[in-house]
Design a protein around this ligand. Structure first.
Ligand SMILES: NC(=O)c1ccc[n+]([C@@H]2O[C@H](COP(=O)([O-])OP(=O)(O)OC[C@H]3O[C@@H](n4cnc5c(N)ncnc54)[C@H](OP(=O)(O)O)[C@@H]3O)[C@@H](O)[C@H]2O)c1
Length: 221
């Protein structure tokens, strides 16, 4: 018998897609949401998942999608930010506002979700390692990731007993950067952390860093 329902918003690519694959191996019923119809169709051909077209920048899309879905046990949101940004000094306000939409996508989900989930379940957000230690040139990202982590902490209080947690990846499939561990971060590393949070009924209001000890060691490869 299949286990609980999981919705992965952003499940057509990289971390989200790999999480969908791992969840299927663990016999969950998986729903994958994204904006791009071709990517959704490709995902549905590749994996035994149901797909839903949903643009996480739209309140209307969220309500429509949730009305068509069964009550969910777990939701993971791995959406990416539109636009590009870098340091605070180099990123003007209008550019920062566009990229900060990733925060609002997470907020929109947490704002609307309670009535569409089973009482006992979990939500997992994705931040990024720039929230851990400020890095010159990444000031916008450190701020955005810190905001997503603060959002999760507050939502964990408001939505309990639904659990809310964060996975914070370092560079995934990128060049290592003064790491403690001699390991390139992969989407599988992130997917494993997400599934372990989903499956542990005692974990809420927690962040898992999946960053190989980035910027804390000597390994650069
Ligand atoms: N890669 C890294 O090294 C790294 C490190 C730290 C943090 N992160 C963060 O981790 C998250 C996941 O990264 P990734 O590399 O897996 O991203 P990705 O490959 O770009 O995948 C993003 C997914 O989100 C979907 N998406 C984007 N905008 C959306 C929207 N408005 N509504 C619904 N779905 C949307 C995309 O599909 P559609 O385009 O079809 O909608 C896709 O399925 C991102 O937020 C990224 O910034 C990445």
């Amino acid at each position: 018998m299949k286990k609980e329902n999981i919705l992965i918003i952003g499940g057509t690519s990289s971390m989200g897609l790999t999480t969908a694959q791992l969840a299927l191996k663990k016999e969950y019923t998986v729903f994958v949401a994204g904006r791009n119809e071709n990517k959704l169709n490709t995902t549905a051909k590749l994996l035994d998942v149901q797909t839903i077209k949903l643009d996480a920048t739209s309140d209307e899309d969220f309500s429509k999608a949730f009305q068509t879905l069964p009550k969910l046990n777990h939701i993971i949101i791995t959406v990416n930010a539109p636009g590009t940004a870098s340091s605070i000094i180099e990123t003007d306000v209008s550019t920062a506002k566009i990229a900060f939409e990733r925060f609002w996508m997470n907020y929109r989900l947490l704002h609307i979700v309670k009535n569409y989930m089973n009482r006992i379940g979990s939500i997992t957000l994705i931040s990024g390692s720039s929230s851990k230690t400020p890095i010159k040139g990444y000031g916008f990202w450190g701020t955005l990731h810190g905001a997503i982590e603060a959002l999760a902490k507050n939502a964990a209080l408001e939505l309990a007993p639904i659990r809310v947690n964060v996975v914070s990846p370092g560079g995934i499939s990128l060049k290592p950067n003064n790491q403690l561990l001699e390991h390139f971060g992969t989407p599988e590393d992130v997917a494993q952390a997400i599934i372990s949070l989903i499956e542990n009924p005692a974990i809420t209001n927690t962040k898992i860093d999946v960053d190989s000890g980035e910027r804390q060691g000597d390994w650069n490869a």
